[in-house]
Design a protein around this ligand. Structure first.
Ligand code: UT7
Length: 340
């Protein structure tokens, strides 16, 4: 039987580090408030905001190069790309095709996934289905975001802007018939679109177009709809109930228990959410990996960025049972349970 294994992994963040104190110079906030409410101490922002070279697909490209090297594969070995992001280089086309070109892959298929914080879970699940059904053998799965260009750094936006950061992570998911190697054991994906506006960027979008022709309207400049809106408390409450549901679902489907887990890697939305979930299941500290303290919430990039660091630090080893779970805008949520 064909199995899906994570053959290679890598991550990349722009060099510039922005601390909570740096943000406090732009808006009325403090290191104390941000640390207490979110656990975040710093995040990375791309260096030069006008440097189009360091756009989202480029971050994904740098992470993908590392994942390919880690897998011992070249760009020509990749059969398909799945790219998850909410901050694409262009409104269209998506980042997948740009990555295909940057890497110099053959004219392979490139799919973009728009499921925000759950983007990487959805992307990995799609890749797993292609591998298990025998369609492709080596798939590059990427999560990348540049949030720093689109945040409201005025006091009005402080409840949202302090949590986000830029970054990218990538994995090479490969088919194998070897019995001894790992596998993706269970996936689940969920959505509840009635909450779509609770965490959203509404403009540009056809629903909120207030003019027949988008750019004819002078009000387009300066619209706050260009920035993310988040009903923070509301999202938080849904997250802490949906995380345990999706985690249990994945474990039950694979016939595993929480005790069987070697590592849980939650989407890095807020350290308080991760800690709530950890406590709910009674997981010891060494079985949960968080790096939001250094990177903030990097949305679709957060899970591969955390998994990549956990592996790099020797906290996830071959053969370990690992659970990845996410919740976010949509609302969407889901999990991937795998043996590394
Ligand atoms: O990854 C996608 C999914 N996203 C999430 O899972 C995020 C979930 N939500 C959260 O993480 C939290 O709701 C936030 C960290 C975003 C906000 O924390 P909160 O504890 O829900 O704060 P709040 O919005 O209820 O605001 C509490 C107070 C308010 O002041 P008053 O009305 O009590 O006087 C805010 O104006 O804190 C104020 N505030 C701030 N103060 C200093 C809001 N943002 C800031 C800030 N610095 N950055």
């Amino acid at each position: 039987m064909t199995k899906s294994i994570i053959k290679g992994i890598g991550h990349y963040v722009p060099e510039q580090v922005v601390t909570n104190d740096d943000l406090a110079r732009l808006m009325t906030t403090s290191d104390e408030w941000i640390t207490e409410r979110t656990g975040i101490k710093e995040r990375h922002f791309r260096q030069n905001r006008t440097d189009s070279e360091e756009a989202t697909a480029y971050l994904g490209f740098r992470a993908a190069e590392k994942a390919l090297a880690n897998a011992g594969l070249g760009a020509k070995d990749i059969d398909y790309i799945v790219f998850a992001t909410l901050s694409p280089d262009y409104y269209f086309p998506g980042c997948g095709v740009i990555l295909q070109n940057l890497l110099g892959c053959d004219t392979i298929g490139a799919l973009d996934v728009r499921n925000q914080c759950s983007g990487f879970i959805y992307a990995l699940s799609v890749a797993n289905a292609f591998i298990k059904s025998g369609v492709y053998r080596n798939i590059l799965v990427v999560g990348a975001e540049i949030h720093s260009f689109g945040l409201d750094f005025s006091d009005e936006g402080r409840g949202v802007s302090v949590i986000f950061g830029d970054g990218a992570g990538a994995v090479v998911l490969s088919a194998t018939e070897e019995v001894a190697s790992g596998d993706i054991l269970a996936v689940n994906m969920h959505s509840e679109g009635k909450y779509a506006e609770e965490l959203s960027v509404k403009f540009p979008g056809t629903k909120l177009g207030w003019s027949d022709r988008l750019l004819d309207d002078p009000k387009a400049i300066g619209r706050k709809d260009l920035y993310p809106y988040m009903n923070g408390n509301y999202v938080f409450k849904h997250a802490v109930s949906r995380f345990p549901e999706t985690m249990k679902e994945a474990l039950e489907k694979a016939g595993k228990t929480v005790e069987d887990l070697d590592m849980f890697i939650p989407h890095q939305a807020n350290l308080r959410i991760s800690q709530f979930v950890q406590q709910h299941f009674g997981l010891p500290d060494h079985k949960v990996f968080n790096n939001i303290q250094k990177y903030g919430n990097t949305t679709a990039a957060s899970i591969p960025l955390a998994l990549s660091e956990a592996i790099e630090q020797g906290k996830v080893k071959r053969g370990d049972l690992v659970l990845l779970s996410a919740f976010g805008s949509g609302f969407t949520w889901g999990s991937v349970l795998f043996e590394y």
